[in-house]
Design a binder for this molecule. Structure first.
Ligand SMILES: [Zn+2]
Length: 157
């Protein structure tokens, strides 16, 4: 078994794929061979670094994912609160204002009509009263004059 085989075993060991029976053989060789010990250190540090990088990437990915979710939630809430008024609501408000104006105008008109009718009735009754007064006046004037006769008294005589 040469050093190339050992290098293969080192990478298998670091990947956790080396069978237990070969471990003793590997470490026996490493204790005797400086080159392979060096190779072991290099591969170990490379794998360690790779794992750290992977963890960092994964951490960063998670952070990014969470912040994206948070942002999306925030954006959703924000959008919900500061939602611009849709155009149709403006139209609806306009129609409501016009309807209220028209309604109050009609109410005023009908009130004015009622007032006018009342005024007409009042004037009618006033005319009737005048007419009746006139009739009474005429009737009074057409009555024959009353003859006033002196009261006969025997007291003076
Ligand atoms: Zn070796």
């Amino acid at each position: 078994m040469n050093c190339d085989d050992i290098k293969l075993m080192i990478s298998e060991y670091l990947d956790g794929e080396l069978v237990k029976e070969k471990e003793a053989f590997l470490f026996t060789h490493l204790s005797a061979c400086g080159d392979c010990r060096e190779e072991f250190k290099i591969q170990n540090s490379i794998q360690h670094q790779t794992k750290i990088n992977q963890r960092e990437v994964s951490d960063r990915f998670e952070k990014k994912l969470f912040s994206t979710i948070e942002n999306r939630n925030k954006t959703f809430a924000h959008r919900w609160i500061t939602k611009p008024t849709p155009v149709y609501i403006n139209y609806l408000l306009g129609i409501i204002v016009i309807a209220i104006t028209l309604f109050s105008f009609l109410q005023t008109a009908s009130l004015r009509n009622e007032l006018y009718a009342f005024q007409m009735r009042y004037e009618n009754s006033l005319q009737q009263i005048n007419y009746q007064a006139m009739q009474m006046y005429n009737m009074m004037n057409s009555l024959p004059a009353v003859e006033i006769q002196p009261i006969k008294t025997s007291v003076i005589n």
